[in-house]
Write a protein that binds this ligand. Structure first.
Ligand code: M5T
Ligand code: MG
Length: 242
């Protein structure tokens, strides 16, 4: 069987350079094409750190991270960037037009593709309302768009790259619940063959995930579907009730 789009963390332990204790300990999970894997856990649990190992922002101290069945340290960085799109927790917009920000170097993407990505990301209407549409200018750091608009533009940017794997780090938190739900439904429709890993704060964002990993203090303490975790995981129940 093809391993295209399969993400596997194998007994991964990670400490930041110079740090004494690891922020992630013995993390193992597999995410397959068509699946949505959600990661939930309190602030500082290690969710962002966990995602950062796939695009090799950092490398594990022990264990392996595999993409398409190949350890990522054996892959070309440019190849990883092509296959994996990370929407960071603090997504960055640079000074330039909306089109520039969405293409992000992918000059081959057509305007039609940009609009399609915006439609999925629930960002088409606010861009259309701007006088210059896709050619409207974004200020350095995206200071002239709202937090939710920035998140949607950065999600659209990820969609434009048509990756095999999407990593969303808390990408839906600035959206109201209805927009969040619409966006994820549209996302599911257009990314049926992709592997999706979502870090979320809000339970409603992840109840439909195929598997939820409950991260606590750098360890996966429980895993399962929403229904399973409600029955079996005190940590998950605490998060649900908070
Ligand atoms: C986990 C430390 C952080 C915390 C732990 C990103 C980052 C984190 N840390 C560093 O030392 N250097 C760094 O560059 O690692 O942090 P996290 O992975 O960011 O946790 P999270 O994403 O679960 O938290 P949050 O607040 O985004 O929900 O001890 O100091
Ligand atoms: Mg984080």
């Amino acid at each position: 069987a093809s391993l295209a789009g399969v993400v596997e963390y194998r007994n991964v332990t990670f400490a930041y350079p110079g740090a004494e204790s690891p922020v992630l300990s013995n993390i193992s999970f597999t995410a397959r094409p068509g699946q949505t894997i959600a990661i939930i856990g309190s602030t500082g649990a290690g969710k962002t750190s966990l995602l950062s190992l796939l695009p090799r922002l950092y490398d594990p101290v022990e264990g392996q991270v595999l993409l398409d069945g190949v350890p990522v340290d054996q892959l070309d960085r440019a190849e990883i960037t092509k296959r994996v799109a990370l929407v960071p927790q603090r997504p960055y917009l640079f000074s330039g037009t909306i089109a520039h920000n969405l293409r992000f170097g992918r000059t081959e993407a057509t305007d039609q593709e940009l609009w399609n990505a915006l439609r999925v990301a629930q960002g088409d209407s606010f861009v259309r309302e701007k006088t210059n549409g896709l050619d409207s200018r974004i200020a350095q750091g995206g200071t002239n768009v709202s937090g939710g608009q920035r998140q949607r533009l950065c999600i659209a940017r990820a969609l434009v790259t048509k990756p095999r794997v999407y990593l969303f780090d808390d990408s839906f938190s600035a959206l109201d619940v209805a927009t969040d739900a619409r966006l994820r439904a549209a996302l599911k429709d257009t990314t049926t063959d992709a592997t999706v890993i979502i870090v979320a704060q809000r339970i409603s964002t992840i109840t439909g995930a195929d598997q939820i990993l409950v991260l606590d203090n750098g360890r996966i303490v429980d895993r399962g579907t929403h229904e399973e975790l409600l029955e079996t995981s005190p940590t998950y129940q605490e998060i649900v009730e908070s």
